[in-house]
Design a protein around this ligand. Structure first.
Ligand code: DAH
Length: 334
């Protein structure tokens, strides 16, 4: 009888196919083909009604038998494949929480930056505040307001980088020192003034002790009765904090257009005298430019090169080492 033969055939073939299903998709496919809606099993079941009574009973029993067998084989296979899929997913996502963490390499401040910070901190500890100004500056603030005459050689294009910003009174340039902030700050603030101005400056210079861009720290103290003794005491104190408590300093007469009198401070370190900074009493002409009354206030100013301080402290002989991207050089100064 045809239906019973097909059922026996199915019973004989299907278990091997089910057992061979290697993943859940192919098992679902086999399930559809053996016990699903389009399977021979269902077709036979639908045809039961049109069979003669004696056959219907026998075929019906076999249909249930085979359906039950295949159904349970498929369920077994499915649970095996599901477990395997779960294990595979867990393996793929495995995280070893006991592994040590990966440390990203840690950056450090550049020597120039840390020295600048150290100097600023010393003056902040004496009550100074920090002011910063523009690197692109006008000729007025960089030179004129500081009493620097039009004939001064530092105004030459061979010394200073000029910028082309079109029609600006007196033109624009990359500031050649941090001193312009003296004038800018005093214009906007009434005395007393106690500021330090760290910043980048630019000059047409390039050799073992000069780079076209370098750093300075400017200082300005203006009050009702500031004397040269205040200047000496403040800067000698700075030198002792920076180089050590026994550091000797001396002041040598010098000339700057914006201070009168002017001096260089030298410090005795490593058995020799080293020039550290320029300084002086603020010239009354500068007070005039910013609207301060030279009969009411006095003050002192100073400016120092950060690279120079770094070279003196660390015995660096070529300034360009500080701008070399070779980390082996920079790492020495962590
Ligand atoms: N601006 C000077 C320079 O770049 C340094 C300087 C000297 C600054 C004397 C001052 C000062 O404030 O009083 O060479």
């Amino acid at each position: 009888m045809e239906a019973l033969d097909r059922l026996s055939q199915l019973e004989a073939d299907a278990p091997a196919r089910i057992a061979a299903a290697s993943d859940l998709e192919s098992l679902a496919q086999i399930e559809a083909e053996t016990v699903g809606k389009r399977s021979p099993l269902l077709e036979i079941r639908r045809g039961l009604g049109s069979l003669p009574d004696d056959q219907r009973r026998e075929v019906g029993r076999r249909v249930n038998e085979v359906a039950q067998l295949l159904g349970s084989l498929i369920a077994q296979r499915r649970s095996i494949l599901e477990t395997a899929a779960m294990e595979e997913a867990l393996r793929a996502e495995e995280v070893d929480v006991t592994l040590p963490g990966r440390r990203p390499p840690r950056g450090t401040r550049h020597l120039i930056d840390s020295i600048q910070q150290e100097v600023v901190d010393i003056f902040v500890s004496m009550g100074y505040t920090v002011a910063t100004g523009p690197e692109a500056e006008t000729e007025f603030y960089n030179f004129t307001a500081l009493n620097i005459p039009y004939t001064h050689p530092s105004r030459l294009e061979s010394d200073t980088f000029y910028l082309d910003y079109g029609e600006v009174p007196e033109g624009t340039l990359l500031r050649t020192h941090t001193s312009p902030m003296q004038a800018r700050y005093m214009e906007l603030n009434r005395p007393p003034v106690y500021i330090v101005v760290p910043g980048r400056v630019f000059r047409r210079d390039s050799d073992s002790t000069h780079t076209p861009s370098f750093h300075q720290i400017e200082g300005l103290a203006v009050d009702t009765d500031i004397t040269f003794a205040d200047l000496k005491g403040t800067l000698a104190h700075f030198a002792r904090l920076f180089f050590g408590p026994d550091t000797k300093t001396k002041f040598i007469p010098h000339y700057f257009p914006f201070t009168e009198p002017s001096a260089e401070m030298h410090a005795y370190a490593d058995g020799r005298w080293l020039e550290l900074l320029g300084c002086g009493m603020v010239d009354p002409a500068v007070f005039g430019h910013v609207g301060y009354d030279p009969n009411q206030v006095t003050g002192f100013a100073f400016g120092m090169g950060v690279e120079r301080l770094a070279m003196v402290r660390h015995g660096i002989t070529d300034i360009r080492a500080l701008y070399d991207p070779d980390l082996r050089i920079l790492r020495q100064f962590r």
